[in-house]
Ligand binder design. Structure first.
Ligand SMILES: [Zn+2]
Ligand SMILES: [Zn+2]
Length: 249
């Protein structure tokens, strides 16, 4: 299978815990010949590293300036939002939803939950369950998946980042709903635990994918070797990968 990727929809900068500036990421993407890049720093509730609401205007202006400076690449202002409740809340205040060109959403452990109860059910229970043998893992997996599905129902989410990483989910059920809500599932190139099996199961449900670098340094922007390898091994047709030149939808 031949894939020609033309975009990277998941990159971090110093506005969360990436190492480079927005411009350095853009330059790196151009060097790799990409036609589109999204700047997607971590959501506001990410403890210690999340984007700050007060930086939004500055980031938007910076990106607008870079769009004028580099007319050979499209730059999207995005965010990698966090799932913060069982009801599918994400960590973007409603009035800021429209600010972003693209909203990615994923599960991360170090976040401020929506409420104390969500902290227990979403964060602590998942952490404990991996250590406690008597835990009802099937129930937990189902609840986690439903929380993600509710987020897709409630917000204009473009992509679920690294599904199944850091939290147990029912891939088949998630993929079914991702198709329903036209949400892409990410094949992430940075997370070691992303498996071909997940991609195969999601593919059976008709899911569409996006391969991203999840770069935290400019050097890694557009480095999607691992994601490509997984897609290849799972036999994903290029026309089902959003950032492939052959994407048909
Ligand atoms: Zn992530
Ligand atoms: Zn990320």
């Amino acid at each position: 299978m031949e894939y020609r990727l033309t975009a990277d929809y998941h990159t971090h900068t110093r506005y969360s815990h990436g190492k480079g500036t927005i411009e350095q990421n853009v330059i790196a993407a151009r060097k790799r010949g990409l036609k589109r890049i999204a700047i997607t720093d971590h959501g506001f509730n990410h403890i210690g590293i999340g984007m700050r609401l007060k930086d939004i205007d500055r980031m938007r202006r910076e990106i607008d300036g870079l769009r004028k400076k580099y007319d050979d690449i499209e730059i999207l202002f995005g965010i990698e939002a966090n799932l913060i409740s069982m009801e599918g809340d994400i960590d973007i205040p409603q009035e800021y939803i429209g600010v972003f060109d693209i909203i990615l959403m994923g599960f991360h452990k170090a976040v401020m939950p929506f409420s104390f109860k969500d902290g227990w059910r979403l964060l602590l229970k998942n952490a404990l369950c991996s250590a406690v043998p008597l835990c009802d893992r099937d129930r937990l997996r189902y609840d986690n998946t439903m929380a993600m599905i509710r987020a897709m129902e409630r917000y204009p989410i473009h992509t679920i980042t690294h599904p199944g990483a850091k939290i147990d989910i029912d891939t088949r059920l998630l993929a079914k709903h991702a198709v329903k809500y036209k949400v892409f599932l990410e094949i992430n190139s940075s997370h070691g635990f992303m498996t071909e099996e997940y991609v195969r199961i999601a593919m059976e449900e008709g899911a569409l994918f996006v391969i991203n670098s999840d770069a935290h340094t400019p050097e890694n922007v557009g480095n999607m070797a691992r994601g490509l390898m997984i897609a290849q091994r799972a036999g994903v047709p290029p026309d089902r990968i959003l950032n492939s030149q052959d994407f048909l939808y």
